[in-house]
Design a protein. Sequence first.
Length: 106
Amino acid sequence: MLENKKLLFVCSRNKWRSKTAETIFSNYQNIEVRSAGTSSSAQTKISKKLIEWADEIYVMEKKHKEIIEHKFGRFDKLISILNIPDEYKYMDEELVDELKSVVIIE
């Protein structure tokens, strides 16, 4: 039996973009999804434990990747930058469409 692929989505406050991604992709088969934020005010803060848990990490903006690398150093996991600006609310229809078009689930 195949192990589930573990995806981690990261934005700033873990309120709108990464939470939306977690909601959308948690319905996919063979996928485990979590989300976190880089800000000290994030609902779930990015941690070494979350990074180690993930098979793939998706950040909304380049600055999120830079914050993760600054805080935790580099590690041998692919961090994909989605280039989704902080201009959407949770489950915004445009955000959902954009996430589904840029995150390729195999």
